[in-house]
Design a protein around this ligand. Sequence first.
Ligand code: FES
Ligand SMILES: [Fe+2]
Length: 357
Amino acid sequence: MATTGTSAMRSLAAPPPETPSANRPGNWRPAADDFPAFPASWYVFCESSQVRDKPFSKQFLDRRLVAYRPASSDAIVVMDADCAHLGSDLGAGRVAGDCIRCPFHDWEYGPNGVCRKIPAQESIPEFARQRCYPAEERNGLVFVFNGERPLYPLPYFPGRSPDELIRARPFGTVLDCPWYVSGANAFDLQHFRAAHDRRLVAEPRTEQPDRFAFAALGVFAVAGDTWQDRVTRRFAGDEVKLAITDWCGSLSFASAEFRRTATYGLVAREPLPDGRVRVDVYVFARRASGPIRRVLFDRLILQIRRLFIKRFLTADAIRLNGVRYTPDRLIEADQDMIDYYCWLARATPDASRASSQ
Ligand code: FES
Ligand SMILES: [Fe+2]
């Protein structure tokens, strides 16, 4: 996708990719311009249920996209929504066999984006094509990669498969901070004590499991005295192993393992054209083992977890509003966050660069 002027000016002097440990105690810190406005990555586009018999379109990153289901295939198709003819929204059109039909002059585009039919004439001009994007469905969500080809396969919770987990309805908000500042929050170890009453009980570690992923693992004591903290200690355990894997800043897969239970959360970020970021959180839990337990408990347990995580993350939303990227103000205690920023600026090309790779 197109980038803004500043994002196109990524630093040519940026050093080559290195491991996080090589950054310690590195002096290089990326400038704000080193982060693309709309990184090439996987994003959550919509819920599968929003794309049934009709196309579904919405404003997404710096353009409008439409999703539809061709009649002869289960695979969902995502393409630019503005019709190549005069720009009408294909989301207001309809599905015609394998094609999507524009509501204005009935031009029909196939799943590869190429126009197959113009009712008013025989010949089809070269420009009559829509740009398509890689798309996949998982756990009732439509994921889209904002480039020609994915730079990496659609990720998931490490060690888990989609059919093991069930998902709650999301909650989300728009934060007044850059998308990469929101992503760095998980690697801001100082804030876990200050904002969440979680005390580190072992030295945390960060690692780079993939060129496009950055992960942190820490063990925390559930130290607070709110009723949620007391319930958590009583029913889940007094220690939690928190693991977070961030993929190019757009998707973060988190797991919280207590002695007696585990919860999973997907944090999906969408950079907005005005510099803010939309953040949606999807809470997951493992399915119960038997069919009766599934019917009785799955939804109830999922809702309780969703409630707890929503309260936990509300503390972040309040604090992140208004935060800006100020690399010269990061101190030694912020080293994991510095490592994250260094990795992120190197790992995430903007979408226009990714298309040519
Ligand atoms: S604007 Fe889509 S067919 Fe004319
Ligand atoms: Fe937090």
